[in-house]
Design a protein around this ligand. Structure first.
Ligand SMILES: Cc1ncc(COP(=O)(O)O)c(C=O)c1O
Length: 352
């Protein structure tokens, strides 16, 4: 048995996606000549209500090219301290672009505390020591929020952050790796969120099951600059229609099925919450991610290892927190089987 709950990034392309790769009409995309890439970009721009989009190799590249396109060396990237960009993207904006990360505490529900956000933007009223301060360049939001357990950050919160950003003429970049999960679970169009931001990065290769790729969407001028940054990062791809074709299927045929992942995540959550001493953290399961806390760090490590030996793969968030994620490769029966294995392994490893 192998039930891989480490991430929705482990999804594999569907048979239709593989066929679309074989059939894809291609051209040199650095010349703008690849009709399949162009179709995917137009589709993404229409879906998010933005003027333009550019196809990039990964979510990390999408976030990085966006931040570099928004601002230059010495400017602040204001972002949540639990954000994926801050935790997992190797400080690319800082390492490659000279941008300065200015983290603010992330609320448990994935929102940013507005007071802390204002304080992070704030420049001193008396500019005598002005030269001591870095200058704000961009604010980042994430939705759904990965390290906050797949929570949906509401469009209403986006509106509040947008009002603050507008006071300071600051752009907002959205890491929307799983924005479609939020949209499906909330029953709202993605434009309800994207209308509040200057740029958004969408991942095709998570719950939507495409093998590779993300899209950056924004104004035509912004996307021109992001395209230039993509080239600088070595992401100018040639006959990229071969990988864009499954992306079109991802956006047109795979969004609705995310609701299955959300239902399956609830099965896992209910089973996990029944294990003695284990708490869901956060208790809410909005989408396809379930994070839970073990009584001790060592127990989390022991459980992760023992589950792996039993064929149930989970990921470790550190601090005694484990994560499971549902996706296209996981059925309802898999979730029920995983819960049974967890109950047995928990008893053997951590039970008294
Ligand atoms: C919230 C979030 N943003 C960005 C990324 C980066 O995507 P990629 O792995 O395609 O670089 C991930 C990947 O898991 C993610 O969860």
């Amino acid at each position: 048995m192998r039930i891989d709950l480490r991430s929705d990034t482990v999804t594999v392309p569907t048979p239709a996606m593989r066929q679309s790769m074989a059939d894809a009409e291609v051209g040199d995309d650095v010349f703008g000549d690849d009709p399949t890439v162009n179709r995917l970009e137009t589709l993404a721009a229409e879906t998010t209500g933005k003027e333009a989009a550019v196809f990039v190799a990964s979510g990390t590249m999408g976030n990085l090219a966006s931040l570099l396109a928004h601002c230059g060396r010495g400017r602040d990237v204001i972002l949540g301290d639990e954000s994926h960009i801050y935790h997992y993207e190797n400080g690319g904006a800082s390492a490659l672009g000279g941008l300065v990360f200015r983290p603010v505490r992330t609320n448990a529900d994935g929102t940013l505390p507005l007071d802390a956000l204002r304080a992070a933007i704030h420049l001193p009223a008396h500019n005598y020591h002005y030269y001591h301060y870095t200058r704000p360049g961009v604010i980042c939001l994430e939705n759904t929020h990965n390290r906050c357990g797949g929570r949906i950050v509401s469009p209403e919160h986006f509106a509040k952050v947008a009002a603050i950003a507008a006071e300071h003429q600051l752009p907002i970049h959205l890491d929307g790796a799983r924005l479609f999960n939020a949209a499906v679970a909330a029953g709202r169009p993605v434009a309800d969120w994207t209308r509040h931001v200057s740029s958004v990065q969408l991942c095709l290769s998570k719950g939507l099951s495409a093998p590779v790729g993300s899209l950056i969407c924004g104004s035509a001028a912004f996307v021109d600059e992001a395209r230039r940054m993509r080239k600088i990062l070595g992401g100018g791809m040639r006959q990229a229609g071969v990988i864009a074709a499954p992306g079109i299927i991802a956006l047109t045929e795979m969004v609705g099925r995310l609701a299955d992942d959300h239902r399956n995540a609830r099965i896992l959550a209910d089973g996990i919450a029944a294990l003695p001493g284990v708490v869901l953290d956060p208790p809410e399961v909005d989408t396809n991610i379930v994070v839970f806390r073990m009584p001790a760090v060592a127990q989390a490590e022991a459980l992760e290892e023992a589950l792996g030996r039993a064929g149930v793969l989970v990921s470790n968030f550190g601090g005694g927190r484990l994560r499971v994620v549902t996706h296209d490769g996981i059925t309802e029966a898999d979730c029920r089987a995983a819960v049974d294995v967890m109950a047995r392994v928990w008893e053997d490893t951590c039970g008294t």
